[in-house]
Design a protein around this ligand. Structure first.
Ligand SMILES: Nc1ncnc2c1ncn2[C@@H]1O[C@H](COP(=O)(O)OP(=O)(O)OP(=O)(O)O)[C@@H](O)[C@H]1O
Ligand SMILES: [Mg+2]
Length: 234
């Protein structure tokens, strides 16, 4: 049996008979402000603390300091895991790329080389890419389907478990290429309930594991995420 990577969201791992199969490429998908980045960081943070796993969080939109501040507010101070969780933002990446770029290499080639070298040097287990739309923009993907197909294939060969943040809504009925290519989809939703916004989570797909498909309310108590049964969810 393949090792399972825990999401460390109370109630979610039980729903997936223990967690996400190691080696998967999983989308964390949802509209703005549905806590995609927080969920992704939560996985890295708790796997560092509980399982001593190494991770890299590549943030292509939000700056490193802003992420660290936000996560500290959610009870996940980076200094507790700084030896295991490496947060890399666009500023850092750009600097690295300028130093290593050659005329012939595309942005994507340099990005891949960076992730591969880091894998050789630090042997990380988990990777977050936040987010796919920005990666596409920077890589100037032209044939989206084919480019993504090769990118996902390359990720699988790295022998890591990857979480890709995607800004998407499931309500439009449009199914994107990445939804087919990914091994798993964790979909985040939000819904107005009177004065409040309620956040919800659903495992839309998870290859290689039995999983529940219910819609659950996602709560954060200041320290950790947990699921409860959705009330009035769609
Ligand atoms: N201390 C906190 N406790 C609970 N919720 C918080 C706290 N701080 C921020 N939030 C909520 O977290 C949300 C943002 O979380 P996050 O950045 O993870 O979402 P996101 O889906 O990645 O957003 P974006 O689409 O902007 O990237 C805010 O909209 C806010 O409602
Ligand atoms: Mg985000």
């Amino acid at each position: 049996m393949r090792e399972k990577i825990k999401t460390c969201i109370k109630g979610l791992d039980e729903l997936m008979t223990g967690g996400i199969p190691q080696g998967h490429v999983v989308l964390i998908s949802g509209l703005p402000g549905t806590m995609k980045s927080s969920i992704a960081y939560n996985i890295l943070y708790n796997n560092a603390i509980q399982e001593n796993k190494k991770a890299v969080y590549i943030s292509l939109e939000q700056g490193r300091d802003s992420i660290i501040e936000h996560m500290a507010g959610l009870g996940m101070p980076h200094e507790k895991v700084e030896n295991l969780v490496n947060i890399v933002d666009m500023g850092y990446l750009r600097l690295h790329m300028e130093e290593n770029a050659s005329e012939q290499q595309s942005w994507m080639d340099i990005f891949k080389m960076y992730a591969e070298n880091l894998k050789t040097n630090t042997d990380y287990d988990l990777l977050v890419i936040d987010s796919l739309p920005v990666l596409e923009l920077l890589a100037q993907m032209k044939d989206r389907r084919s480019d993504l197909f090769h990118f996902f294939g390359w990720l699988r060969e790295l022998n890591i478990t990857t979480f890709i943040v995607v800004e998407a809504s499931s309500e439009t009925g449009i199914v994107n290429d990445e939804d087919f290519l990914a091994d798993g989809i964790i979909r985040l939703k939000k819904e107005r309930q009177g004065y409040d916004i309620s956040r919800q989570i659903v495992i839309e797909k998870m290859r290689g594991t039995k999983h529940g498909t219910g819609l659950f309310t996602l709560l954060h108590d200041g320290k950790e995420f947990q699921l409860t049964r959705a009330i009035g969810g769609t």
